[in-house]
Design a protein around this ligand. Sequence first.
Ligand code: CA
Length: 232
Amino acid sequence: MRILVVEDEKKLANFIKHGLEEERYIVEIAYNGEQGLEMAMNNEYDAILLDVMLPGRDGFSILQELRKAGIKVPIMMLTARGATEDRVMGLDLGADDYLPKPFSFEELAARLRSILRRSAPEKTTKLQCGDLILDTITHFAYRGGKEIELTTKEYALLEYLMRNKNRIVSRSNILQHVWRHSFDPESNIIDVYIKRLREKIEFDPSQPQLIQSIRGVGYRIREVEENKSNES
Ligand code: CA
């Protein structure tokens, strides 16, 4: 999921970027209105977080311009102005949500998931491996009719494995994608998280069917049914 943040307060913009990256979004920032409009017009984003009070061009006029151009990307307005008329104006102009400052990151993230969920077609938000389903918006996994709650890193690791379904991913690739090299390759962090994931998603964690260890290389998540038919 690729998100554009249009916000002139650098500290706030970077705080949002950092937080969203932790949740595995790809984030780009525009620090003024003109730049924000240009980026939004020329790139495909899954959502835009748009500040109202911006140097150059304000958020309302950017919103108006984008909707006029037929760009339907979900937009959440951010503003220090809590006035009802601003809120109404933003929604009237075609904003999907309106978040008054100051806000907590948790609220921003929850509302972002909500506008993404409303706009995204059901099928593109789910990854599947056999009877294991991973929702890339809510970050919940589902198996055997059970909802499984994952931590941020557990989710990132499982998403990475599932996007590479049936392929072996090396330990160094996992470190690079999930931990961004913040651990030594010799560390056992991956094994710790694989163990935790197995405890959550495998029916019998001592006999893992989904996540396989490939000795000396890395890990692979496999479609269980496919695996059986291949071997028979
Ligand atoms: Ca501002």
